[in-house]
Design a protein around this ligand. Sequence first.
Ligand SMILES: [Zn+2]
Length: 276
Amino acid sequence: MEECICSDCIQQEYFRDLIRRNGNTSECSYCKQHKKTINFNSIIEEILEGIEFIYDDPANGLGYVDGEYVKGNGDIFDTYDLLVDELEFGGSPAFEDILNSLPNQLWCKKEFYGLDPAEERIFTWEQFVNQVKYKTRYFFIQEKSDINKYSPFNKPYEILDEFITAISSFDIVEKIKKGEFIYRARLDNDSIYKTPEKLGTPKPENCLKPNRMSPAGIPMFYGSADKKTCVLELGNKKGYYTIGKWTPVKELRILNLAKKFSFNINESTLKRSPHS
Ligand SMILES: [Zn+2]
């Protein structure tokens, strides 16, 4: 009988998710529970593919002097240490079988001397942030500076493609439909605002200073889904608070950055990304 494994018998969220999505109900060879399982060999294929995406045999590229490999990009592991220390398979009841199913060899980062793909992406993201914060806020596509000739990216902004691919799996784009309300409040020392023009978004010619999200000259509407938040936003000052109730004239798509999500650059993200 072929070995099967369930999502409880493996820790990595990537595999747990894979088993939940693609598994068939049968007895898990490890915990003996009847639940969704996947063929053990298919997991091994995935693990090996993942490992080989990041790691290689040091004999394939690392210098060898006086009976030792020279220091490259990170440590050298045998398969046991790689599985336990780097990939955290140690807690799985299938660990022995995983270990025995993989080649028994040494492993080091495939980028023998350079940044590995995850480090490369973090570095590129930092460059992009630096560029739009301090160098060229709007014209970053024309920016001439190249990263380096070994990078998978030609320009820092190209990281955005991968970022969008990765975050599009999170449910953070929401809709505000026609007829739904958004509140906006303004404060004045001695009068209330009586017209939408006064209470609404200022005209471009009045936007002389940059605000939290809006650069100088570009009007933006600051509003809230409830009245209390927009009043609290104005601070605890004396004066007249005017609250307006607004509704969009067409459906709006909103990026909800207040929603919690974590963004993890790992092998599974990279496997699906266009640059890898
Ligand atoms: Zn199990």
